[in-house]
Structures are given as C-alpha cells and as structure tokens.
Design a protein around this ligand. Structure first.
Ligand SMILES: [Zn+2]
Length: 337
C-alpha cells in the first residue's frame, strides 16, 4: 500500500504483532527531496526485514534517509533506530520529555522504580504492588539494550519538522506527539488514536518523579485532536483511520462510561484504588496489574479533577469517597471540561 497525495508519498510499513495490537506500524514519508521515517518499529529481525524490503521495493537506499522522527519513546516505536544509525549517522527527533527515557537515563529509571513503589503502597496494593516493583527493577537492567545511541533533537509544540506540524498529545505516554500535514490533512498519530483498540493512558512520573495525571492529559489531548482538520490518521497499530472525528467521540464516551461505573463502586463503599481494580477487572488484576492500576488511578484522577470525589489518607493509603452523592450524577467531563 502506497498513499500519494499532492506531492507527498507515504509508504506504510506494517509488521504483524501479537496481543491484539494487530500490527506495528511505521512510515516512510517522501516529500519533495526529503525522506523521513516516522517511528521505527520493534528491534526484531522481522521488523528490520519489513523495513529494508519497503526501502528497496520503492527504490530507496539507507543513505537516502534524512531523519527519523518518533511519536513517543515506547519500545515498539523506536526499535530500529540503533540499527539504522549504526549504518548511517542520522538525525533523530523526539519530544524533549521522551529523550531521557530513550536514553535510558539511569538516575531517572531508579527514581521511576521508587515512584511506583510509593504509588502502589499509597494505592493499597500490598504484595501485588511489591511484586510489580520487583519486575520493574529487573526490567531496568534488561531494557538497557534499548538505549538509543544516536543524538536526539528535542521537539516541542508547533515545531515544524519535515513539513509536518508537531502537536503535543500527552496521555498515552509523557512526551507523546503527533505530526500533522495541514496541507494534505494527514496525521501521523502514534498511539494516540488506534482504530481497533482504545489506547491506554499509562501512569508515569515526570522527570522529577512527580505523578502525571495521565488520563486527564489523555482526555485533553483527545479533545485537542478533535478540533484538527484531518482526513486520514496513520496510527501506530492497526488499519489507517479515515475521518477520525467519530472515533474520538466514541473513545471519550467510553472513558466517561467507565468513570460512571467507578463512581458507582465508590458510592457503594469501595474506597481504595486496589479494591476498585480487583472489583472492576477481576482476573486481569493479576495478569495485567500495571495496566489495570493505571486505568483505575487515571479514572480516580479524572473524577477528582471534576470534584466528583475526594480522598483521605489513612495509614499511608488513599481512600476515595463521595462527599455529596446527590451532586455526582449528570454532568460529565464531556460537557464540562
Ligand atoms: Zn505506545
């Protein structure tokens, strides 16, 4: 599949993926005399083969590649950067909030482990939380191989890169950006919007170790993107998305429905994030602990930001409650925020 429009050609590279992601997508974009790679897949032979094949089939050599631009720092979006830059020295661009993570900054990653230790304690997770922290500690070592060796140039809101406008869309990850081609109404969306699954707003600390209210940010980013004039989204996974307005609306509604459910549970007397996670997700609480906790903590942030719930610390654990239940129904963030 090749998408040509008004002097710009996009060559999607879609590599089969497991776990419901369908595909890992990244994109070669040829505009005028410049060739860019947007995102860089997974560090695997399969991805490398797809990439080199796409280049060769379309008459490009690695030497023709001018830059790599990434939407966010997750491993399945930066995987081939080291392989490419070991053959050709090439500028790499990412949001400034992604750089220390792509560089696997040691200080930051140990701070991040401590962040989760404290977070899971405060959310009442007990042994399950400790187990997760153990896993995180092991991952810090294991993931050192993902460190990006190339220099990374920082991007920020409204920057222009390769004829594309940088738009900050934090939520799925800190420093997530999308790239808008205003002329052709095309958006390179990373994991901000995926057609067949809803993106997770994964809990993360900022550079100083302070918790980011990721779901609140994600909702704001979704709303921000709903105002853009876009015909086609090139997502990080799955099929291309056409006229994304309706999908954005569905995603916001889904978040709202979950909020309402969680609010009901709190009303019913379930007060900690851990209890809510176990009640709401049952078996997934064990198998997908960190994602499940992200989701619940995100929802609690959202409800708090709307003044629908309050919290109180008892013996080191946050308990959430509704001060005035009569005011909780009706208005939602869909209307209010
Ligand atoms: Zn991601």
């Amino acid at each position: 599949m090749i998408i040509s429009k008004e002097g710009c050609t996009v060559y999607p590279i879609m590599v089969p993926a497991k776990y419901g992601l369908k595909t890992f997508n990244f994109y070669l974009v040829k505009e005028a005399e410049s060739l860019s790679l947007i995102d860089a897949g997974v560090d695997s032979e399969e991805c490398w083969e797809h990439f080199t094949k796409a280049m060769a089939e379309n008459g490009f050599a690695l030497q023709d590649l001018d830059r790599i631009i990434v939407t966010h720092y997750h491993e399945d979006h930066i995987g081939l950067i080291n392989r490419i830059s070991s053959i050709k020295e090439i500028p790499v661009y990412a949001h400034r909030n992604s750089i220390h993570r792509m560089k696997r900054d040691k200080e930051f990653f140990s701070l991040r482990v401590e962040f989760f230790r404290q977070l899971y304690q405060e959310m009442g997770c007990g042994a399950a939380g400790e187990q997760q922290v153990q896993k995180l500690q092991e991952a810090v070592k294991k993931n050192e191989k993902y460190k990006i060796r190339a220099d990374i140039m920082p991007l920020a809101e409204s920057d222009a890169i390769a004829g594309l406008q940088v738009i900050e869309t934090p939520g799925h990850s800190p420093g997530h950006v999308v790239f808008l081609d205003t002329q052709r109404r095309q958006l390179f969306g990373g994991d901000h919007l995926i057609g067949h699954i809803s993106s997770n707003a994964i809990v993360e600390p900022d550079e100083e170790g302070k918790r980011i209210r990721t779901l609140v940010e994600y909702v704001d980013s979704l709303k921000k993107c709903s105002t853009l004039d876009v015909e086609t989204v090139f997502p990080g996974h799955g099929d291309l998305i056409h006229s994304p307005g309706e999908l954005v609306k569905r995603r916001l509604e889904r978040i709202h429905r979950k909020s309402e459910n969680i609010l009901q549970s709190i009303e019913g007397g379930i007060s900690t994030a851990d209890q809510l996670a176990q009640t709401y997700y049952k078996n997934k609480y064990q198998s997908e602990f960190s994602l499940v906790m992200s989701e619940i903590i995100g929802q609690l942030d959202l409800l708090e930001s709307l003044n629908k719930i309050q919290k109180e610390r008892k013996e080191g654990v946050w308990h959430y409650y509704i001060e005035n239940p009569i005011l909780t129904t009706g208005d939602s963030f869909l209307a209010k925020r």
